[in-house]
Write a protein that binds this ligand. Structure first.
Ligand SMILES: *[C@@H]1O[C@H](CO)[C@@H](O)[C@H](O)[C@H]1NC(C)=O
Ligand SMILES: *[C@@H]1O[C@H](CO)[C@@H](O)[C@H](O)[C@H]1NC(C)=O
Ligand SMILES: *[C@@H]1O[C@H](CO)[C@@H](O)[C@H](O)[C@H]1NC(C)=O
Ligand SMILES: *[C@@H]1O[C@H](CO)[C@@H](O)[C@H](O)[C@H]1NC(C)=O
Length: 346
């Protein structure tokens, strides 16, 4: 028992110190350095003791053999966020009242020790220096891109970017001057569109460093057929494997569907077809398709349904699209997950 404690203490110091430092400077080279430090630590740790089954940033408060032996990773806590009302109401420039609600990571034990933080412009420019970020999907994915651009562009460039991005049903690309990062948005409302986009990557010499995608709302509205949706997800999964977008350098994320507030949906067709039982059936197919991390796949779920539900009714005006604070939360969760995964994969 004492031996386990000693090991845990050593692990705390050697694992946690580089993590905290890495939190300040997120550039690739530095991450490489910390990753290497981590790797050596783990290699030594694995030889010293059988009690290190998983790579983890998690440092337990009162370590014991059963908690160390369980597969605890900060990745499991990265979306543990809490919402609250802002003390002061400050209207946005676009008149949206997104600032009524605010969020932060839960102040509970495992979450706190993971040291998650909202990344600012400089951190993101550093972290994604030279990277290619590909986001594909429907209007939810577009709002996610808006959140990302809002973090890296200045206000003036942001106005132009939003104008281009919201041209109806069009693709969008930008190169961010400061760090050579490329951001692509592909209008891909159906899973089939995602599958085609993935197969088109075959001819590219390069794979995206970060891939974010999602589908479902359009299918639900126009086809309302969970079985057919399921089939489309299996094709997408095959395409991801075939085009080496899983288990490679690409970090993949699945942008989940939002909470649908039936009474607020703006057409009768939407109200009839996009009901909670259908949404549930569609979400079940996403899990069954084994496309998600944790159910046999590689894409980490960005749980927009939960984020939007917890943000609440004041965060939506049409029961489907939410104010930007919801997508900002999804983005920050992704960025923190990206940090953890980059460290683990080196
Ligand atoms: C050890 O950890 C497990 C799982 O976290 C917990 O249930 C148990 O109470 C802990 N035991 C002690 C002695 O702290
Ligand atoms: C991005 O990386 C290049 C080459 O490693 C470096 O010269 C540049 O300063 C970096 N830029 C930022 C914003 O980190
Ligand atoms: C997306 O897929 C649908 C159904 O397969 C197709 O009708 C549509 O043309 C595609 N749209 C784009 C932008 O590729
Ligand atoms: C939900 O939508 C589906 C598909 O359009 C429909 O078959 C079902 O009757 C609806 N359920 C409810 C409770 O409205």
């Amino acid at each position: 028992m004492v031996f386990v404690y000693v090991c845990a203490m050593v692990a705390c110091v050697v694992l946690f110190l580089p993590m905290v430092m890495a939190g300040y400077h997120l550039s690739r080279n530095k991450m490489l350095f910390f990753g290497a430090a981590l790797f050596i630590t783990l290699a030594v740790g694995v030889h010293l003791t059988p009690y290190f089954p998983s790579i983890s940033r998690f440092t337990p408060n009162a370590p014991n053999s059963s908690s160390l032996a369980s597969e605890i990773s900060c990745l499991a806590y990265v979306d543990h966020v809490r919402w609250q009302n802002r003390a002061l109401y400050v209207p946005d420039s676009d008149g949206f009242d997104s600032s009524l609600r605010t969020w932060d990571w839960a102040r509970s034990d495992p979450v706190l020790s993971c040291g998650f933080q909202k990344l600012g412009k400089k951190d993101v420019l550093d972290l994604l220096n030279g990277s290619w970020v590909l986001v594909a999907g429907d209007s939810q994915a577009r709002l996610f891109v808006v959140a990302l651009l809002g973090l890296v562009l200045d206000d003036e460039k942001m106005i132009g970017a939003e104008r281009d991005l919201f041209k109806r049903h069009s693709d969008y690309r930008i190169e961010v001057e400061e760090n050579g990062m490329r951001i692509d948005y592909l209008w891909a409302p159906y899973t089939e569109n995602l599958t085609i986009a993935m197969s088109q990557l075959e001819s590219e010499s390069r794979r995206p460093d970060v891939l974010v995608m999602g589908s479902g709302l359009w299918h639900m509205l126009h086809l309302s057929n969970p079985t057919d949706y399921s089939n489309s997800l299996f094709s997408l999964k095959r395409s991801l494997v075939k085009n080496k977008l899983v288990g490679s350098k690409t970090h993949g994320y699945w942008l989940g569907m939002p909470t649908l507030v039936n009474s607020m949906l703006n057409t009768q067709e939407k109200q009839e077809r996009m009901n909670s039982s259908t949404l549930e059936a569609y979400n079940l197919e996403v899990y069954r398709s084994k496309i998600l991390h944790g159910s046999g796949g590689s894409l980490l779920l960005l749980d927009v349904e939960e984020l939007s539900r917890d943000c609440g009714l004041e965060c939506t005006s049409d029961g489907m699209h939410y104010t930007k604070v919801v997508y900002e939360a999804a983005l920050q969760i992704m960025l923190n997950a990206l940090l953890i995964e980059s460290e683990q994969r080196i």
